[in-house]
Design a protein around this ligand. Structure first.
Ligand SMILES: CC(C)(COP(=O)(O)OP(=O)(O)OC[C@H]1O[C@@H](n2cnc3c(N)ncnc32)[C@H](O)[C@@H]1OP(=O)(O)O)[C@@H](O)C(=O)NCCC(=O)NCCS
Length: 158
């Protein structure tokens, strides 16, 4: 079941992000701040967070937000599925729900940033499979040899 994220989900979402073994410790710290800020004020600013719940446990989430100073461009800032539940279609359901929510808010373009490191290869395949195009690469953005890759998909026809 996909539902709105609640404050009670925070510990489980952080644990599952950590358990994917792809995020750096710094990114996991940032996620805690993102989720705290979400319930403190970002939710009122239009940010959106969805949780995938299975048998009462959060096992995935997707966090999106409008990009400041743009005309209805959005970012998918986070998407993650618990390691043991990956490759069963849960990420696909979460992504589709996030996209549907963004379209409901008249989102025009959705951007997703990721890394060029090899352990993100399945993640990059996931975005390509769902109709995202690789729109930009910024060499050595995260660190030397760790490029920023921006994926892009239109939410509404031009
Ligand atoms: C990327 C992620 C959200 C996808 O969710 P998922 O539930 O595993 O994906 P689905 O089952 O819906 O889709 C599977 C497809 O995604 C890709 N994929 C991504 N991660 C995969 C994994 N760990 N195992 C198998 N396939 C994976 C494949 O292309 C696969 O398609 P295929 O079966 O035709 O090869 C999830 O694997 C994840 O949390 N990864 C680690 C965290 C991460 O990278 N987040 C994004 C940061 S930018």
């Amino acid at each position: 079941m996909i539902r709105q994220t609640t404050p009670e989900d925070i510990p489980a979402l952080i644990a599952l992000a950590e358990g994917t073994e792809v995020f750096k410790p710094l990114e996991v710290v940032a996620l805690r701040e993102v989720l705290d800020d979400y319930f403190a004020f970002e939710h009122e600013q239009g940010h959106r967070s969805l949780t995938y719940e299975h048998r009462g446990c959060p096992i995935g989430f997707a966090y999106s937000a409008p990009a400041a100073m743009t005309d209805r461009t959005w970012y998918l800032y986070w998407i993650a599925v618990a390691k043991l539940s990956q490759a069963r279609g849960i990420g696909t359901e979460l992504l589709r729900s996030a996209e549907a929510e963004i379209r409901r808010h008249s989102g025009r373009v959705l951007l997703i940033e990721t890394s060029s490191l090899s352990h993100y290869e399945p993640t990059r395949r996931f975005y390509l499979k769902h109709g995202y195009e690789q729109a930009a690469v910024i060499r050595d953005f995260y660190a030397d040899g760790d490029d920023l890759i921006v994926f892009r998909k239109r939410m509404l026809s031009p």
